[in-house]
Design a protein around this ligand. Structure first.
Ligand SMILES: [Zn+2]
Length: 223
């Protein structure tokens, strides 16, 4: 019997978000990072842009990251990262909600993540709740109930019922319909535990005894 009382679910990155803003050359609005960052120096002042490509016509457009910034105000390692198009910095800038807000565009996170849910089997009569650590590899906003549906293989209705009757305990302030984008912990209480013993519906369906929460593998999903 597996006595591990913790499950780890990971929201893994499968793609970068799409930048949504009008293209001056075509009716398209979807832009992907070109993988390049442009740095222009004028004396001691620097302009830094993230370069995007329109998905419709390949037109290159620029997103200002720094404008007329004094060279001494930038971390030298950061400047090297800009000058060498470091993929990690391109990734960070592309996912930046602050940069999107400053430049008036939207990020479309559809298809950027998948859930890897490792849930150990555990005994039906074990009264200890199972703690699930949900970790985010990228700051994608995802509805909590969507994660639960994917992780537990249940319908939205079933997930909401389990939250309502206490079999799924979320952190206070985090409603099932709310969006999470950073790590949190939840607890799964087995059906029939003290918290829900009085609830006639809190039973595991026949044929699923012993595996009320079967382990699930990765599944592609939209935000
Ligand atoms: Zn275009």
């Amino acid at each position: 019997m597996n006595t591990d009382r913790k499950a780890r679910w990971a929201v893994r990155q499968s793609a970068l978000p799409t930048v949504v803003r009008p293209c001056p050359d075509c009716p398209g609005t979807r832009h992907r990072p070109s993988g390049k960052i442009r740095v222009n120096a004028s004396g001691k002042l620097l302009d830094v842009w993230l370069l995007l490509s329109c998905a419709g016509c390949d037109r290159t457009s620029k997103v200002p990251v720094h404008e007329r910034a004094h060279v001494s105000s930038l971390d030298p390692a950061r400047l090297v990262a800009y000058e060498t198009n470091q993929p990690e910095v391109v990734r960070e800038l592309t996912m930046s909600a602050a940069l999107a807000a400053r430049n008036g565009y939207r990020l479309d996170w559809t298809g950027t993540w998948e859930l890897e849910a490792r849930t150990p089997l555990y005994a039906l009569d074990d009264p200890t709740p199972l703690t699930v650590l949900v970790g985010f590899e990228l700051p994608v906003p995802v509805r909590v109930e969507r994660l639960l549906m994917l992780g537990l293989g249940l319908s939205r209705t079933a997930v909401r019922r389990m939250v309502a009757d206490g079999r799924i305990r979320l952190p206070s302030g985090l409603a099932p319909a709310a969006k999470a984008q950073r790590d949190f912990e939840l607890a799964l209480h087995r059906p029939g535990s003290a918290a829900v013993a009085h609830h006639p519906k809190a039973r595991v369906a026949p044929g699923r005894a012993g595996t009320p929460f079967p382990p699930r593998t990765a599944e592609a999903a939209g935000a």
